[in-house]
Design a protein around this ligand. Structure first.
Ligand SMILES: Nc1ncnc2c1ncn2[C@@H]1O[C@H](COP(=O)(O)OP(=O)(O)O)[C@@H](O)[C@H]1O
Ligand SMILES: [Mg+2]
Length: 236
């Protein structure tokens, strides 16, 4: 079932909607990528899905359940985790404390928290080695790995990623994409936006292109790759 966005109208004020009837499906166990120029409404769409913005019209369904009236703090309970644009680690907290924050909904249950930490450390052994280091002294790539690892603490099924590779040098971009590929292999449902168009296309199953808060193009990765030059040319 995955995540379905149906005819969403939303924005920061009622007078000026940013999203003008967007439709999208992020299929279960697949990677869905949203492309579009700056200001197209990609981040606004993710914020609306996660309950930071209330849509004026339309529906958001997760595994068939309407979630558009839920608040962001209820989303982990629905099995959805979100890497906000402009994300970062808490530099003066340890790696492990950062992970525990990702699992805050389990904070009263030390056993469950430990199980979650063990699960994340098994997947990200470098974080286990550095569990007691302050997050601020990790390399840029390791910090990004920690941000992604933190998302998996609560065992979500669906992960929203807004600009996961932003600000990283090319070799670290590759590292981040390796981690996202692992999440893909583990069949998480992933809906992501990244300014690194080619990289994000390389792991996509299905791609949407938005323009001015509306659907512009969509298709399976292979089909969208053929159109990519035309799509990107429209942005400039
Ligand atoms: N917090 C905000 N308040 C008001 N307008 C905003 C806010 N954030 C974004 N916008 C506006 O919404 C539009 C879409 O922005 P955004 O969703 O961030 O685009 P994208 O992520 O595709 O670059 C832009 O015109 C932007 O100026
Ligand atoms: Mg954005």
């Amino acid at each position: 079932m995955g995540l379905e966005v149906k005819n969403i109208v939303a924005g920061y004020t009622r007078e000026v909607p940013i999203l003008n009837g967007v439709n999208l499906t992020a299929q279960d166990g697949r990677v869905t990528v949203i492309l579009g120029p700056n200001g197209a409404g990609k981040s606004t769409l993710l914020k609306t899905i996660y309950g930071y913005l209330t849509p004026q019209e339309g529906e958001v369904l997760h595994d068939g359940k309407r979630i558009q009236d839920l608040k962001p703090n209820q989303m982990l309970g629905e099995g959805i985790a979100y890497l906000l644009q402009g994300h970062s680690v808490f530099p003066r907290m340890t790696v492990e404390e950062n992970l525990e924050l990702g699992g805050w909904i389990m904070r009263g249950d030390q056993k469950r928290m430990q199980t979650a930490l063990d699960f994340v450390y098994a997947r990200f052994p470098r974080l286990r080695e550095k569990r007691s280091f302050l997050a601020g002294i990790l390399s840029g790539g390791e910090q990004r790995m920690l941000e992604i690892a933190r998302l998996t603490m609560t065992g979500p099924r669906t992960i929203l990623l807004d600009e996961p590779s932003v600000g990283l040098m090319p070799s670290l971009v590759d590292e981040v994409y390796e981690e996202i590929s692992k999440l893909k292999d583990e069949r998480y449902t992933i809906l992501m936006v990244d300014q690194n168009v080619r990289k994000s296309m390389s792991i996509a199953d299905y791609v949407y292109a938005l323009a001015l808060g509306e659907n512009r193009y969509e298709g399976p990765r292979e089909e969208m790759e053929k159109k990519l030059d035309d799509i990107v040319r429209e942005w400039i």
